[in-house]
Structures are given as structure tokens and as C-alpha cells.
Design a protein around this ligand. Structure first.
Ligand SMILES: [Zn+2]
Length: 348
């Protein structure tokens, strides 16, 4: 196969294009979107206070082992590439005094990629898996007009393969205004998204685990935990937990700060109850079954709670119901039936 590919590259390329057309029709492109939104003045004041508290408790900085990754940088130092990343400078950043010379960009890129590779290794050890795709990082002076909003975007395509709906990850893109990139906690938060987005998680869990890792692992959190999950609960007019209707980081409303804090408190509570490897077990179970790829859109909370219960060794539906989540107890058969019912073959 390798021999024929080298001799006649056109044939395998043609085959792969044909296969794409035949099996992946219709093809849609979507994305899972996460990021740290801009902070209000009040939150910034709170952030300063928390920073002081962190300094006072003399938090140990994250100790990372040096990475063995290979780093390549283009002669103009506008682009760098390492084992798990590419890194480039947006035009508005290159215009700044600190980045307008090749040597400055070269030193920065080498150090940034080395650091991000070490962080990648640490995340890999923490979660027990890694995304298949390289992470494409772009550094900006301002991103979407702001220097306070870092965004991780996981594009996926969905289509029909052998008569069944299926989703595949296409690419992972991170955009940081340089001011946010400089914050260690933000890098950890966004890298958590880059790792966990491949499971198409509900927003509340995706953000909750990112704040958990940012706060407890990197000691760089900006959303403190609540004292009590029940005491600080907020519900909508239907009586459903306000986490369930979280539209993602792009929304900014009076509930946003509560949502980050409550999601973190909830994710941290399960971590405390079921051990530090609880989420590693959850992701391992999901990976084993691969059912997250066969369900349309992002994951429903009931699906997530099915895996939480499996990993915990006890039914967690009552716990989530008590917190006013709209969940029902699922069996593996229920999930398989749902996939079967919604399969394009069945719809025809
Ligand atoms: Zn986030």
C-alpha cells in the first residue's frame, strides 16, 4: 500500500475523496465553543481580591516537567509548530513593539510552545486521554475587539456513515488575546476545553471541569465555590436548574457568574465524593462505548449522568434531581434505542 502510494499518489487521494462523498452525505459542519468571557468591573475587583488571597496562601505554582517535543519555527518566526500545536501571531500582535522583530517572536514562540507542550503532557496524565488533532493557537493583541476573552473552538462534522448518524472532530482552534495568554490559569482552562470538547459535553459540565482544573490544579481560578449546592441553587420558571439552559461563554447575563461558580461547585463535589480520578473514569467509560459520537448535537445531561453513575458505582439521578436537573435514569439499552430510533436508515 505504502509502495503504491509513493509511486502513484493520485489514486489513494481520489479514493479517499470518493469515500467522503459516498458515505458522508449530508455533511454538516458544527462546533463546540468554549471560552473565558470578558469580566465586568465587579468581577475584576473580585479577581484582584482572590489574587491577593492566593498570594497570601502562598500557592505553589504548577510544576511542569520539561517537554521532549520537537519545536520548529519558520525563518520569519511568524509561525511555530510542535508535536501537539501550531502557534501563530495575528497581524495586530505583530504590530506591537514586543513582537515586531523576528528574534523577539522566535524567543517567545520557543518558550510558549515548550511550555504548552509540558502543560499538554500534564493534562494528558490528568485526564488519561488526548485529542487526536493538533491544537492551532493564534495569539492576538485584541480578539473580537477585546483583550479579555480567550476562546477554544472544536469544529466537528456530522454525517451519515453506513446508514447511521455520526460525528467526527475536524479541528481544534484556540484564540488568545496576549493579555489572557499571559494568565497561566486561562491557558489551563482553555486547554481543558481542548481536551474535553472532543466528548461534546453539556456546557455546564464543560465549564465546570475547566474551572475546577483551573482553580484546583493551576491555582488560577476566578470563580469561587459556593458553600452549598442546595442553598445556592437557582431555578428557572419551569423549576429547572439554571445550569441546564446555559448557552455557552458567549452569553453575558446576570446569571453567568453564578453559572460558572455553581458548575464548578457541582463538579468539585463529585470529585470530592468519588475521588480525583472520577472524571478520568467517566471519560474512559465514554471512550469505551463511543456512543457520544452517535447522538445528535451536544450531550444531554441524562446521558452524562448515566456515565457518572457508572463511574461512581451508584445511581446519581436522585442527586441531580434534588438539584432540579431535568434528568431521567437511563440504561445502555435506552441510549442504544435512541440512536436506533434517530438513525437516518430508520427515518426513511
Ligand atoms: Zn470556558
Amino acid at each position: 500500500m505504502k509502495y503504491s502510494r509513493r509511486l502513484c499518489p493520485i489514486v489513494p487521494i481520489f479514493n479517499s475523496v470518493m469515500r467522503m462523498q459516498v458515505v458522508l452525505v449530508p455533511l454538516a459542519l458544527m462546533f463546540v465553543f468554549n471560552g473565558c468571557r470578558a469580566l465586568t468591573a465587579l468581577e475584576e475587583a473580585q479577581q484582584r481580591r482572590e489574587k491577593r488571597i492566593l498570594e497570601e496562601r502562598n500557592a505553589t505554582s504548577l510544576m511542569l516537567s520539561p517537554s521532549k517535543a520537537t519545536i520548529k519555527i519558520t525563518p520569519d518566526a511568524l509561525r511555530g509548530e510542535s508535536d501537539h500545536y501550531t502557534l501563530k501571531f495575528a497581524d495586530d500582535l505583530r504590530a506591537l513593539e514586543d513582537f515586531d522583530e523576528v528574534e523577539e517572536r522566535k524567543i517567545f514562540t520557543e518558550s510558549a510552545l515548550g511550555y504548552m507542550e509540558s502543560l499538554y503532557d500534564a493534562m494528558n496524565r490528568l485526564f488519561g486521554f488526548q485529542p487526536e488533532h493538533k491544537i492551532h493557537v493564534t495569539l492576538h493583541h485584541l480578539y473580537r475587539g477585546s483583550n479579555l476573552s480567550a476562546v477554544t473552538r472544536t469544529d466537528y462534522r456530522s454525517g451519515v456513515l453506513d446508514g447511521r448518524y455520526v460525528k467526527f472532530i475536524n479541528s481544534i482552534q484556540m484564540d488568545f488575546p496576549i493579555r489572557m495568554y499571559e494568565k497561566h490559569g486561562v491557558r489551563v482552562h482553555e486547554l481543558t476545553h481542548a481536551f474535553t470538547n472532543i466528548y461534546f459535553l453539556p456546557v455546564w459540565f464543560s465549564e465546570g471541569i475547566a474551572v475546577l482544573i483551573q482553580t484546583e490544579y493551576a491555582k488560577g481560578g476566578t470563580h469561587p465555590k459556593f458553600d452549598s449546592l442546595e442553598g445556592d441553587l437557582r431555578v428557572d420558571l419551569d423549576g429547572v436548574n439554571q445550569l441546564e439552559s446555559w448557552g455557552g461563554h458567549t452569553e453575558t447575563n446576570p446569571l453567568t457568574h453564578w453559572r460558572y461558580r455553581y458548575a464548578y461547585t457541582l463538579v468539585a463535589e463529585l470529585w470530592k465524593r468519588y475521588g480525583k480520578d472520577f472524571y478520568t473514569r467517566v471519560f474512559r467509560l465514554m471512550e469505551r462505548d463511543g456512543l457520544h459520537q452517535k447522538l445528535e448535537g451536544t450531550m444531554r445531561t441524562s446521558f452524562l449522568v448515566y456515565y457518572f453513575s457508572e463511574a461512581a458505582g451508584e445511581d446519581l439521578v436522585p442527586f441531580f434531581r434534588k438539584l432540579h436537573f431535568k434528568v431521567r435514569k437511563l440504561t445502555k439499552e435506552d441510549i442504544l434505542n435512541q440512536i436506533e430510533t434517530n438513525s437516518p436508515r430508520r427515518r426513511q
